[in-house]
Design a protein around this ligand. Structure first.
Ligand code: URA
Length: 216
């Protein structure tokens, strides 16, 4: 979906940071609904597909409730490479063990891959964007937007895009977009109570989708 030069540029921009692999996103090319996550994890990098690990199973369950399948939505993320940290541990025999767990993307990594997300939104022009988690919400609407205050609501706002590739500042888009924030599906693994909340958000999303007159 991306021009080759854009992928090369994005890979060059992310190279200084501790990330690996590249996942482009998946789904229909002319989607009514776009889901935006945070960044791929280890499973996604191995298979080259977004949301296929534990968080992906949870996402499928939320979607199923309102009759959505993966074929109905385009799924992408703010950063397309896996951000990781290096953790050194010593096991009980004194051997050094190096682990590289996932971590949240930094602001610089988000800027590095911003041309990709900007390109996808502009070219796919989804009727509605569902942000999964605070990172995607803030990337599109700004740091003052809090997931705890906006989840489950339909917002109509300009979204932040990079002004140009040599610039590290975002500016608001000319046109408004429909944005529906909810929590990241992986959040239920450390806060079980959110499961009910996300089911309610998806129920509301189902109602919103029934009302929207899709233009594409
Ligand atoms: N979390 C994300 O944000 N994206 C994935 O693809 C997997 C987990």
């Amino acid at each position: 979906m991306f021009p080759k030069e854009l992928v090369e540029l994005a890979q060059k921009r992310i190279a200084p940071y501790q990330t690996e692999g590249f996942v482009t996103g998946k789904g229909p090319m002319n989607p009514k609904i776009m889901f935006i996550g945070e960044a791929p994890g280890r499973n996604e990098i191995e298979k080259g597909e977004p949301f296929i690990g534990r968080a992906g199973d949870q996402l499928n369950a939320f979607m199923e409730q309102i009759g959505l399948t993966r074929d109905d939505v385009y799924i992408t993320s703010v950063v397309r490479s896996r951000p990781y940290k290096v953790v050194e541990k010593t096991d009980k025999d004194g051997n050094l063990i190096i682990k590289t767990p996932n971590r949240a993307p930094t602001k610089k990594e988000m800027v590095a891959h911003a041309p990709l997300l900007d390109y996808q939104i502009q070219h796919m022009n989804p009727s509605i964007i569902v942000t999964l988690g605070g990172i995607a919400l803030k990337r599109l609407l700004g740091n003052e937007y809090k997931i705890t205050e906006t989840h489950g609501q339909l917002l109509e706002k300009p979204i932040y895009q990079l002004r140009n590739f040599n610039d590290h500042h975002y500016s608001p888009s000319k046109h408004s977009h429909l944005i529906f924030p909810t929590f990241h599906p992986a959040s239920v693994f450390y806060r079980q109570v959110l499961k009910e909340t996300i089911y309610e958000d998806f129920h509301r999303l189902g109602e919103v989708l029934d009302k929207i007159k899709f233009t594409n």
